[in-house]
Design a protein. Structure first.
Length: 274
């Protein structure tokens, strides 16, 4: 299916959004989220709306027209279409729909850490949230990371309730190593270098190793990935990057040859296995 023409959905939203915030939210839900219902199981447009807003979808408001027009004029859809075709061929990946929407420019953390870029990946679809001022390289980085998730989830073929913490940290490590392999170290996310390998090993022993089988539904799964409370920021993400990096170095592997490897094997053959 590749890249969906969500630019047309966004143009319809601009035409119908109205001036009141409540009407704008309703139109965002109708013009965007109702069209997404066939891609989700047992989810209403309201459910989808809240889910996408949480993960970076733009907030309706007085400036969203300018944001949408800026994104449309940035050639984003063509850049992603071209990049998707290359990645799909390179990794023998699945053909899934790619949905592009403006990101939430009011989210200060999203702006500071990721320059307004966010993504949401499933085994059978991917959402990309971008601002109109992102460069081609930034868009390629986002697509590479998120589509790598799609491929990994496709090959794992695990139900979401069966995904454990080890699966998640390896998932993130693989995706960012894919960015490094294709675009270079300069394009890595901040969390990949926030701690060096030695520090990552200490955090792994202290926080992550005792919880590797923690299911995704457990709140601690999220906290260990992102770093909440006393847990160091981005702990799970950073550790995952170092685990996958050391595995690929030890086994002389590239991303394509690692996508199918079980998380347990990647961990066992990494520098983090005791």
């Amino acid at each position: 299916m590749a890249v969906v023409e969500t630019d047309k959905w966004l143009k319809d939203y601009i035409k119908k959004k109205g001036k009141l915030r409540v009407e704008q939210r309703r139109q965002q839900k109708e013009q965007i989220c109702e069209k997404l219902i066939p891609y989700f199981q047992d989810a209403s447009s309201a459910d989808i709306h809240q889910h996408l807003l949480y993960h970076g979808l733009f907030l309706p408001g007085s400036q969203d027209k300018e944001l949408i027009e800026s994104l449309i004029h940035s050639n984003c859809w063509n850049i992603i279409e071209e990049g998707f075709a290359k990645l799909k061929k390179e990794w023998d990946g699945p053909d899934v729909p790619v949905f592009i929407f403006p990101s939430d420019l009011q989210n200060k953390k999203l702006q500071a850490d990721f320059n307004g870029l966010s993504g949401l990946s499933y085994q059978d679809k991917v959402f990309l949230f971008a601002a109109g001022n992102n460069t081609k390289e930034e868009l390629q980085k986002l697509l590479t990371h998120e589509y790598n998730h799609v491929c990994r989830l496709h090959y794992l073929d695990k139900r979401e309730d069966k995904i454990e913490l080890l699966d998640s940290i390896v998932l993130e490590g693989l995706a960012e190593m894919a960015v490094q392999e294709r675009l270079g170290k300069d394009h890595l996310a901040k969390w990949a270098s926030i701690y060096d390998a030695n520090t990552a090993q200490k955090y792994f022993k202290r926080w992550l190793e005792p919880n590797l089988t923690l299911p995704k539904k457990d709140r601690r799964h999220h906290d260990l990935l992102y770093g909440e409370g006393f847990i160091p920021r981005w702990a799970g993400y950073n550790v995952g990057f170092h685990i996958v990096s050391s595995y690929m170095k030890n086994k002389q592997k590239r991303i394509k040859g690692t996508l199918h490897v079980p998380a347990e094997t990647i961990y066992a053959d990494s520098d983090f296995s005791s």
